[in-house]
Design a protein. Structure first.
Length: 258
């Protein structure tokens, strides 16, 4: 059985009904799905989906693109979630730094990231990190906290072996998406091939990053395609599919407590 540890099928513009997405995921041996929020509204929708569908869990937080907003609004929302609903909330995220688009000023991104790491630690929750073209500042921020206290995953990781090794040394998991099936970057290919399975999580980031061979043929990615990613890893590394599935699923269960 497999787990899609990062998707956005709860968003209002996702074109496939969630009930159909969940049915197809279960049919592809994807037993659990985690919907990830990016801002206050998105987090509310992720929480709603996780409480409506038994296989869905949620991650709530403020993406760096939305760091210019008032984080206190998110804190008030989170603190008002009732105890029953909070059981399906498994992490804070996706949070981090994005210097590729810079939709929010960098100082706001840094301040919001630091606030959310602190918030996650106070609530004893792991973290889903989004980091793009910003690892120097990201590592420096992590070093301001006790590394043993931070549990989390680098979502949609596309770095090289050196960056992966640094993440693993800090106890962070690596999120592997459909990029692994179609990247032409040799350093990325090598990283995906040698990444320790014990630190790997599978994720679609649906509706984005449709894996090969469906990339360019199917516009909308969905959690069922986690199996395609797992099959690619199995073939690329010469490891049995069952082993890829069992280890990555065990990792997801351990990190997110699901």
């Amino acid at each position: 059985m497999l787990v899609d540890t990062h998707c956005h099928i709860h968003e209002l513009d996702y074109p496939i009904p969630i009930k159909d997405v969940v049915k197809r995921a279960l049919g592809a041996d994807v037993e659990k799905l985690i919907c990830v929020g990016t801002n206050l509204q998105s987090s509310k929708l992720a929480l709603e989906a996780s409480n409506k569908y038994e296989p869905i869990f949620s991650i709530l937080g403020v993406h760096p693109h939305y760091a210019s907003g008032d984080f206190n609004d998110f804190v008030r929302f989170f603190n008002n979630i009732n105890e029953s609903d909070r059981k399906k909330v498994v992490a804070i995220g996706e949070i981090g730094l994005d210097y590729y688009y810079n939709h929010s000023p960098r100082d706001k991104q840094i301040a919001t990231l630091e606030a959310q790491i602190d918030f996650a630690l106070k609530n004893k929750l792991p973290i889903s990190f989004h980091v793009r073209d910003a690892f120097d500042d990201f590592w420096a921020i992590l070093d301001n906290f006790r590394s043993e206290d931070i549990k989390g995953v680098l979502h949609c990781f596309t770095g090289d072996n050196k960056a992966a090794d640094k993440a693993v040394s800090k106890g962070l998991y690596i999120g592997v998406t459909g990029i692994a099936t179609f990247t032409k970057d040799k350093s990325q290919q090598d990283m995906f091939r040698h990444l320790p399975l014990d630190f790997m999580l599978l994720e679609t980031d649906a509706p984005y990053l449709t894996p090969s061979p469906f990339r360019g043929k199917i516009k909308v990615n969905e959690p069922a395609f986690v199996k395609v990613i797992a099959e690619h890893i199995s073939l690329d590394r010469g490891v049995a599919l069952d082993e890829v599935g069992s280890i990555t699923t065990k990792n997801a269960h351990f990190l997110f407590g699901i």
